[in-house]
Design a binder for this molecule. Structure first.
Ligand code: NAP
Length: 247
């Protein structure tokens, strides 16, 4: 029970990678706050899964791009639990399109959720973590933030931005016992990737040296490690979980 007495907030935890992270942290003793934005029935399923295996869980609905709401909800979590030890900035969306056809609103929305959302939650959580002189922040970036991807200028820019944000906040918060790291998944089987055309998936498979797509648990295990005390001397790092796709 390495996370006994720890409180964790996982954004976008109703589905996919966030869900697997929430379940993994709860399995090892954390009290987990599961954030989501619209899919209440999926969030309730995560709640049931965690509670039925003896874990502790609470649902918390907010949009990570809404800075006032984020501030309010995270300070409530800190008051209710008497602290916040782990923040996993996982919530993310895509709105793909080629550059010349990309609408302003698709650029703005992806940057607001995927990058500003990480800033909003980090700023609010850091207030609590700095005071308690302990914190673990893990940001989910993406292989496309490192290598780029045609049709994803907005998403690639947001995910590359997360890497800079991770490194800057790691330096700012280190002296207060707060580590900040990023995990960079490759192609992971979730709702976000299920809509990709079969020929695109086949092309990816050909260039992944380990010969398979990842699953959410592949990512969750690394997030849990970075959130643990075993990773106390690691900060400002980007850990790739991509089957060798980009090294
Ligand atoms: P997913 O299955 O589509 O789940 C996305 C989650 O984010 C859902 O829980 C969703 O909540 C939540 N969410 C969306 N917008 C939100 C907002 N504005 N505020 C709060 N929550 C919000 O996605 P995924 O594939 O697990 O991806 C999770 C993260 O990993 C994302 O940051 C993604 O960019 C990154 N990533 C994924 C892959 C991949 O191959 N899957 C690869 C690299 C990186 P609702 O259920 O309420 O909609």
């Amino acid at each position: 029970m390495q996370f006994k007495d720890k409180v964790a907030l996982v954004t976008g935890a109703s589905r996919g990678i966030g869900r697997a992270v929430a379940v993994e942290l709860a399995l090892h003793g954390a009290s987990v706050v599961v954030n989501y934005t619209s899919n209440e029935s999926a969030a309730k399923n995560v709640f049931k899964e965690i509670e039925s295996s003896g874990g502790k869980c609470q649902l918390c609905r907010f949009d990570v791009s809404d800075s006032l709401k984020v501030q309010d909800e995270i300070s409530k979590i800190g008051e209710e639990y008497g602290g916040l030890h782990i923040l996993v900035n996982n919530a993310g969306i895509t709105k793909d399109g080629l550059l010349l056809r990309m609408k302003d609103e698709d650029w703005d929305r992806v940057l607001s959720v995927d990058l500003k959302g990480v800033f909003n939650c980090t700023r609010a959580a850091a207030k609590i973590m700095m005071k308690q002189r302990y914190g673990r922040i893990v940001n989910i970036t993406s292989v496309v933030g490192e290598m780029g991807n045609a049709g994803q200028a907005n998403y690639s820019a947001a995910k590359a931005g997360i890497i800079g944000l991770t490194k800057a906040t790691a330096k700012e918060l280190a002296s207060r016992g707060v580590t900040v790291n990023a995990v960079s998944p490759g192609f992971i089987e979730t709702d976000i990737t299920s809509g990709l055309p079969q020929n695109v998936k086949e092309r990816y498979l050909e260039v992944i040296p380990l010969g398979r797509f990842g699953n959410p648990q592949d990512v969750a295990k690394i997030v849990a490690f970075l959130a643990s005390d075993d990773a106390s001397y690691i900060t400002g790092e980007v850990v790739r979980v991509n089957g060798g796709l980009y090294t």
